[in-house]
Design a protein around this ligand. Structure first.
Ligand SMILES: NC(=O)c1ccc[n+]([C@@H]2O[C@H](COP(=O)([O-])OP(=O)(O)OC[C@H]3O[C@@H](n4cnc5c(N)ncnc54)[C@H](O)[C@@H]3O)[C@@H](O)[C@H]2O)c1
Length: 263
């Protein structure tokens, strides 16, 4: 238990995933009040089972792709007596999620416009709508910070050959949205600066989530550290970006990728 996030009330989208659930656990332990949100389902249920009894934890069902839901989320939270001063645009359609949907992973030539648009809607339009709502309901009322979540595939292309024979691939819409989200960070940083709001991007590297030894070997060879990250290693940097110690940072992209983007 530390007090790194004492006084922080953190709102997180997509909180039930591999990284989101680590952020929730670590932020509660660091003294934050945590407002988790996700689509209804087993991830939301697992969060409630783990933290539902904690007075510093709340959960709201939220689909970030649904404008009407996003437009009321902060007014509902504020009406319930909590005042978020940190917001994480963490929800995304990821490779893990497409795999979980049980669909064969499409190659580029067979990528449907509907998968492309669904990915843009969640990863980019959803993040825009959350930021816009933060502008309407929070920014200027009290000091606040936004962290947008990109990826090591935002500024670097994938080595496509590491996915050969794997049940998943990297997909084009994902990289496109992760490159785009840092544009939102840059645009907002200057726009919010005079209203005591900061915004940064975190770009996590490849996070271990039960991947095969062969995949770990292939991707590990591309990473200076020689291995995938544990979720807690991404959380370490995320907690810093959410803390008062990051108060003089805005408009930045922080890569936490074991050196993937460094060579
Ligand atoms: N895990 C990695 O290796 C990795 C690497 C780089 C970046 N990232 C990024 O980190 C973030 C978290 O990734 P993760 O690994 O935890 O992914 P994950 O797939 O485990 O979790 C994503 C979460 O987003 C939620 N979500 C999806 N669509 C949503 C919607 N419309 N509304 C609300 N919630 C929705 C899902 O329910 C899920 O809980 C993502 O933005 C991802 O792109 C992850």
């Amino acid at each position: 238990m530390s007090d790194q996030l004492a006084g922080r009330t953190v709102f997180i989208t997509g909180s039930g995933g591999v990284l989101g659930s680590a952020y929730v656990r670590r932020m509660l332990a660091a003294g934050a009040r945590v407002i988790a949100s996700d689509l209804p389902g087993h991830r939301a249920d697992a969060l409630m089972a783990a933290h539902g009894g904690n007075p510093n934890f709340r959960f709201y069902s939220l689909d970030v792709a649904e404008e009407s839901q996003v437009e009321t989320i902060f007014s509902r939270i504020i009406a319930d007596g909590w005042h978020p001063n940190v917001v994480l645009n963490n929800a995304a359609i990821t490779g893990e999620l497409l795999m979980g949907a049980g669909k064969p992973f499409p190659d580029f030539a067979n990528t449907s416009v509907s998968d492309w648009e669904r990915t843009l809607r969640t990863n980019l339009t959803g993040a825009f709508m959350i930021a816009r709502q933060m502008d309407r309901d929070i920014v200027g009322r009290w000091p606040a910070t936004l962290v947008n979540v990109a990826s090591m595939y935002a500024l670097n292309g994938p080595h496509h050959e590491i996915y050969q024979g794997m049940p998943f691939r990297s997909f084009s819409a994902y990289s496109t949205t992760k490159a785009g989200i840092h544009g939102l960070t840059l645009w907002l940083a200057g726009y919010w600066a005079k209203r005591q709001a900061t915004v940064n991007t975190i770009a996590p590297g490849a996070v271990f989530n039960g991947h095969s030894d062969e995949f770990q070997r292939r991707v590990g060879a591309l990473i200076m550290a020689g291995r995938m990250a544990q979720p807690d290693e991404i959380a370490d940097a995320m907690l810093f970006l959410c803390s008062a110690q990051a108060g003089y940072m805005t408009g930045q992209l922080v890569s936490v990728d074991g050196g993937f983007s460094g060579w």
